[in-house]
Design a protein around this ligand. Structure first.
Ligand code: APR
Ligand code: PHB
Length: 395
């Protein structure tokens, strides 16, 4: 087989890149280890920045998002039993975010790809990129027990944190930056109306809590838990009780509870690899970086990498600008590090870090009190939350 861009991984990064390239007439094939149903069964984030919404429009997948997505122009921070609204629109010249689940984005992209006749090979094993530093890279994989080869011009490594792409770069060419947090998030999805119209990020002495949603009738809640915690030890009742205790009283009083549709624990991590490219392989999304979920940046950062690689491929195939290829990593990393900073900061001020450390807790309170009481502070939160501008390949 032969294509122009071989894409490894059919998560949101691979599917969005594939769809944009397809519409631009750049041939591509996606190779995915799992089945389509498995990919769709993963419950992930749900807040889209304006930039990602615009990119999805450009990819032609806006119909259902516009119908079912919920535009939000504010978000709340709760602490000391009070709530402060961050008016996103007022502090960013009218920008908003869109609440629309990653699962739905993925489903829309899969349908669009099928309609465009794009090729995705699901349930392929042992995917291996080869000859990355040559002019003729290729990918081998196994399908139904047979070994196959996909020749290509470029490879997009969209295969997430545990994928093969990053691992196929010689270790001495990469530098990794990492911080692991001593807690996780226990998430619960339920068919109950959201407790509030907007998201609430809550700091509490028992630990962080987040009230989010997927629609007017489906809620997503999280509570910070120790890393050793087991999801089996958390009955729905225990979860609801703990959540209620961490919310301001007026919010807790409005909480509608119900049976969980899904419950899981996710660890929190900050991770970046530099550079995000090697020869003709580009790392995209979770393959290159992870952010803790406080700030809702993971999916959006994947979209901004896709934007950069897509614009680069347009320049290469339409204008012959192969001189721009080495700029991919530096262009992405500028924005990646800013989103890493915001996610780390949101995590730092809202979570409980230790039982003993009173000084740290007071610093968090003072910082929250300060930023939410200052126009400059509110603007900083708002412009990061709605998403910083996409970086251009050329100045
Ligand atoms: N071969 C083929 N496919 C692979 C391989 C492999 N060796 N390893 C992983 N994959 C597939 C996974 O099965 C998955 O479908 O690559 C896909 C990677 O998808 P994600 O992990 O969702 O990563 P990405 O597409 O970059 O999505 C952005 O940001 O913070 C997050 O929640 C957010 O998952 C979202 C991510
Ligand atoms: C979610 O709805 O799953 C969600 C929302 C905001 C976050 C993280 C997760 O910061």
């Amino acid at each position: 087989m032969k294509t122009q861009v071989a894409i490894i991984g059919a998560g949101p990064s691979g599917l969005l890149l594939g769809q944009l390239l397809q519409r631009a007439g750049i041939d591509n094939v996606i190779l995915e280890r799992r089945s389509g149903e498995y990919v769709l069964s993963r419950i992930r984030a749900g807040v889209l920045e304006q930039g990602m919404v615009d990119l999805l429009r450009e990819a032609g997948v806006d119909r259902r998002m516009d119908k079912e997505g919920l535009p939000h122009d504010g978000v709340e921070l709760a602490f000391d039993n009070r709530r402060v609204r961050v008016d996103l629109a007022a502090h960013t010249g009218g920008k908003q975010v869109m609440v629309y689940g990653q699962t739905e984005v993925t489903r829309d992209l899969m349908e669009a790809r099928e309609a465009e006749g794009g090729q995705t090979l699901y349930e392929v094993d042992n995917v291996q990129p080869h000859d990355l530093d040559s002019d003729a890279p290729y990918v081998t994989f196994e399908q139904s027990g047979e070994t196959r080869r996909l020749d290509c011009d470029y490879i997009a490594g969209c295969d997430g944190f545990h994928g093969v792409s990053r691992q196929s770069i010689p270790a001495e060419r990469l530098k990794t930056f990492e911080r692991v947090y001593p807690f996780g998030w226990l998430g619960l999805l339920s068919d109950t109306p959201p407790v509030s119209d907007e998201l609430i990020y809550a700091r509490h002495e028992r630990g962080f809590a987040l009230c989010s949603m997927r629609s007017q009738t489906r809620s997503r809640y999280y509570v910070q838990v120790p890393l050793e915690e087991k999801v089996e030890d958390w009955s729905d009742e225990r979860f609801w009780d703990e959540l209620r205790r961490r919310l301001p009283e007026d919010v807790a009083a409005n909480l509608v509870t119900g049976p969980s549709l899904e419950k899981s624990i996710a660890p929190l991590r900050s991770f970046v690899v530099e550079p995000m490219q090697y020869g003709r392989l580009f790392l995209v999304g979770d393959a290159a970086h992870i952010v803790p979920p406080t700030g809702a940046k993971g999916l959006n950062l994947a979209a901004s990498d896709v934007n950069t690689l897509y614009r680069l491929m347009l320049k290469v195939y339409r204008e012959g600008r192969t001189d721009l290829v080495p700029r991919y990593s530096q262009t992405c990393l500028k924005r990646v590090w800013k989103a890493e900073r915001f996610s780390w900061w949101m995590t730092s001020i809202l979570h409980k870090f230790s039982e003993e450390e009173d000084f740290g807790a007071r610093m968090q309170q003072a910082e929250l009190d300060y930023v939410t009481g200052s126009e400059a502070g509110l603007t900083t939160i708002a412009e990061n939350y709605v998403g910083l501008p996409y970086e251009p390949l050329e100045d």
